[in-house]
Design a protein around this ligand. Structure first.
Ligand SMILES: [Zn+2]
Length: 594
């Protein structure tokens, strides 16, 4: 396969052979046995865990933990990837369930190491970090929580009570909302849809269908809104009572900032700049209303397509060669990494019944090409998705020299390569496309995506920040609806007409239930990547080594360390404004007639 040139990769199912030759292959049992053996070695080292443990003994233990983690990644990912190929496959489901159980038990048995490490005095921790080699940052990260860790007995009680407490409550949220069925009349027939299928209609050319899709979404959620709101209120109270009151973390959002290892002031600056720059998108929404022939854009029309006629499909092989060419033109090294995913047969691009929808990239082990799943039907926006997921794979392969514990990029930097790859593709397509209508479509898609990733996500977090404050003071569902409407008014100004049904949008966002304040990572990642892209446009070739270096770090140093070395000051509001300037530039091109 390696002699194939760009573009000759047919649409295919992936191969998981690099993880295991097959689900019943003896290699699976061998890995399970090796995992058990590694756990026993870690357990046997427990008596040696004293503050004065010798550096070499500590390093040997870390290497065993690394070995354990590699085995756990292989065993855990095989079932998940197999299940993604076919979500009705009972064998895959059983394999996945069995491994989940096995791995949870194994992790529990070695949990004592983490607790010991977090409780160790600073002097000895610093001494031992010098022996940790490439695993250093993963250990530093765990110690970020050292001042907020309770006694072993208290930690155990919290873990136990969480299983049947807050974790069970948020599972109920999923159980209730995953059962929802949505009715929509479209294309001359009455349909029963999942939420994912329903939301595809918010990009429909018909204004009536777009409105009907949103109205149906909120009609169904409203039937359970008091239960769903109560679940959120408990989630928020639990967050405050455990993390702020018991663990003494400064504020609800500071909990997330600490796990991302980003200073509170940086996230405040990021959110302030997003609010300050909202008018960039107001300008875009006003232009979009004009192009759609509307006096003012309704919230229902936010993702309306401008072009209702083209409907052109892009063959898969053409999509692949365009993406690989755009990457190669930037850097042959990066292009080569993307090509490895295809050569290894690690991309599942076919559309098949029961295959998982959407797209993702799973990096399992360093220096093994990651697995990429897309559902490619030929829609132009799917070419950007392909570039995005390959960007994640490139990031992982750029960091192949690191340990399994540190090659994964930290959350705030995780979207750097993916968004950058998308921008390389968009720029290339714009350079090649002469038809002004198609050029306009390309820009509109890129700006719509930027809105959904940057501004929308930042405003979710601004809502959360205030909701966490108000709920502690007794806010009700109606108070939260009012708060959410005020948030939307600020977000859209007079550029978008927001109808009342959007007041309960917050109850349809799973992230705010499952991982509070997670969403700013999207704004962070996208603005970072756009700012870097803006720097690339300004500086040209001399910029490239800086990006490659950022990517090559993977997750082996803190975001602050990696970005500072690349000459980026994340505390500077102008850095974040740079991302908005780039979006503004795309809107200028649109206004000038593409
Ligand atoms: Zn991504």
């Amino acid at each position: 396969m390696s002699i194939q040139s760009n573009g000759s990769y047919p649409q295919a199912r992936w191969s998981l052979k690099a993880i295991f030759p097959g689900p019943t292959d003896p290699a699976v049992d061998e890995a399970v046995a090796a995992l058990e053996e590694a756990v026993q070695r870690i357990e046997a080292a427990r008596p040696a865990l004293t503050p004065d443990i010798a550096g070499n003994d500590f390093y040997a233990l870390l290497k065993t933990i690394e070995e354990f983690t590699e085995l756990a990644h292989r065993l855990g990912s095989y079932g998940q990837l197999w299940f993604s190929e076919d979500t009705q496959n009972q064998d895959a489901l059983a394999f996945m369930g069995k491994m989940e159980q096995l791995l949870t038990e194994a992790y529990n048995r070695i949990l004592f190491f983490n607790l010991w490490w977090k409780g160790l005095d600073n002097q000895n921790a610093d001494r031992l970090l010098d022996f940790a080699g490439d695993m250093r940052y993963s250990l530093e990260q765990e110690r970020l929580f050292k001042d907020h860790t309770l006694s072993e007995a208290e930690e155990q009680v919290i873990n136990l009570k969480d299983v049947n407490g807050i974790n069970a409550i948020t599972t109920l949220y999923d159980m209730i909302t995953n059962k929802f069925v949505f009715d929509l009349e479209a294309d001359g027939e009455k349909k029963q849809l999942t939420r994912g299928e329903l939301m595809a209609y918010v990009r429909n050319p018909s204004p009536e269908i777009r409105a009907a899709a949103y109205q149906e979404l909120y009609r169904v959620y409203q039937q359970e809104d008091s239960v769903l709101a109560q679940i959120y209120i408990h989630r928020v109270r639990d967050w405050a009572s455990e993390k702020v009151n018991l663990r003494h973390i400064e504020s609800p959002i500071a909990v997330r900032n600490l796990s991302n290892d980003v200073p509170n002031s940086v996230i405040d600056t990021l959110l302030d700049v997003c609010a300050e720059q909202a008018p960039v998108f107001h300008r875009y929404f006003k232009l979009k209303a004009k192009w759609l022939g509307l006096p003012v854009l309704r919230r229902y029309d936010l993702y309306a397509p401008l072009n209702t006629t083209s409907g052109a499909k892009i063959p898969y092989e053409q999509a692949v060669s365009t993406v690989l060419d755009s990457l190669n033109a930037f850097s042959p090294e990066i292009g080569q990494h993307a090509k490895r995913v295809f050569d290894a047969g690690h991309i599942d691009s076919e559309v098949r019944p029961n295959k998982r929808s959407g797209a993702f990239c799973a990096s399992i082990l360093p220096d093994v090409p990651p697995w990429v799943l897309v559902n490619y039907t030929g829609e132009p926006r799917e070419v950007a998705t392909l570039a995005h997921e390959l960007g994640h794979a490139i990031h992982a392969l750029m960091a192949a020299n690191h340990s399994v514990l540190t090659f994964h990029s930290a959350l705030p930097l995780a979207e750097t390569a993916s968004v950058f790859s998308e921008m390389l593709l968009t720029d290339r397509l714009l350079a090649e496309e002469q038809n002004p209508e198609l050029r306009r479509d390309l820009l509109v898609e890129a700006i719509d995506d930027s809105y959904a990733t940057v501004l929308r996500q930042a405003y979710f977090v601004l809502f959360e920040r205030e909701a966490h404050r108000q709920i502690i003071n007794g806010a009700t569902m109606n108070d939260l609806n009012t708060l959410y409407m005020a948030n939307l008014q600020q977000q859209f100004g007079n550029a978008v007409d927001v109808s009342d049904d959007f007041q309960r949008e917050w109850i349809v966002i799973p992230h705010i239930y499952h991982t509070p304040f997670y969403c700013y990572a999207y704004s962070f990642g996208q603005l970072l990547a756009l700012s870097l892209y803006q720097q690339y446009k300004t500086e040209g070739d001399s910029f490239k080594p800086r990006l490659l270096k950022i990517l090559a770090y993977g997750g082996s140093a803190s975001p602050n360390h990696i970005l500072t070395e690349a000459g980026i000051n994340m505390a500077d509001p102008d850095f974040w404004r740079g991302g908005f300037n780039f979006i503004s530039g795309m809107i200028d091109q649109l206004e000038a007639g593409a």
